[in-house]
Ligand binder design. Structure first.
Ligand SMILES: [Zn+2]
Length: 193
């Protein structure tokens, strides 16, 4: 399958002294891509290409823009901190509550497990989805999948945890998520293109 490339379309670069070009590529399957190339040496030093995805009417749209490299580095550093904290939270949960969590469900029917995890179907997954997950990877593995930042509120609710250190770790992760989102919004506003 071959890609067809459009002629490069020229745009003024951020410093205004030269240009960047956008090349559209498409194939017979209706796949569509853009390639952005900076042709200004000065802007090539100062700017990097920021790519992000937005959902629009059920379709994922890819957007591009030129952003100061210093901002991209700040974002990368914040993301690194956030991932470290998420990993720390996961490790803490597994070490302190992993055994208790598995023990809690021991001997219960799959339906009872589902009912507790989802408060009778108020949240993901549906009963049939949970059955499918248990069939493919086993109950223990499915339960261990809850020991992370995304599902920690389910764990604290079911085990009725009141752990100051855990609460603090969750707050740190949430705060970093907020800061990263804010930084990404800022970068999208600054993006040139
Ligand atoms: Zn330039």
């Amino acid at each position: 399958m071959s890609w067809e490339e459009s002629n490069p379309k020229s745009h003024p670069c951020p410093c205004g002294k030269s240009e960047y070009v956008v090349i559209h590529r498409s194939d017979d399957w209706g796949r569509f891509e853009e390639r952005w190339e900076m042709r200004c040496p000065r802007c090539n030093t100062d700017y990097g290409l920021y790519t992000y995805h937005l959902n629009h009417k059920g379709m994922t749209e890819t957007h591009y823009g030129w952003v100061k490299k210093s901002l991209l580095q700040e974002l990368a550093e914040l993301n690194r901190q956030m991932e470290d904290q998420k990993e720390g939270l996961r490790t803490y949960l597994r070490m302190h509550y992993g055994a208790k969590w598995l023990q809690h469900f021991r001997g219960k029917t799959k339906k009872a497990v589902w009912s507790e995890l989802t408060r009778d179907g108020q949240v993901y997954p549906s009963l049939s989805t949970l059955y499918a997950h248990i069939r493919s990877s086993g109950l223990e593995c499915v339960l261990e999948g809850y020991l992370n930042h995304q599902n920690v509120s389910t764990v604290t609710r079911i085990l009725e945890l009141n752990d100051v250190k855990l609460t603090k770790l969750i707050q740190i992760v949430r705060e970093l998520e907020r800061i990263v989102n804010q930084k990404e919004r800022h970068i999208r506003q600054q993006a040139i293109g």
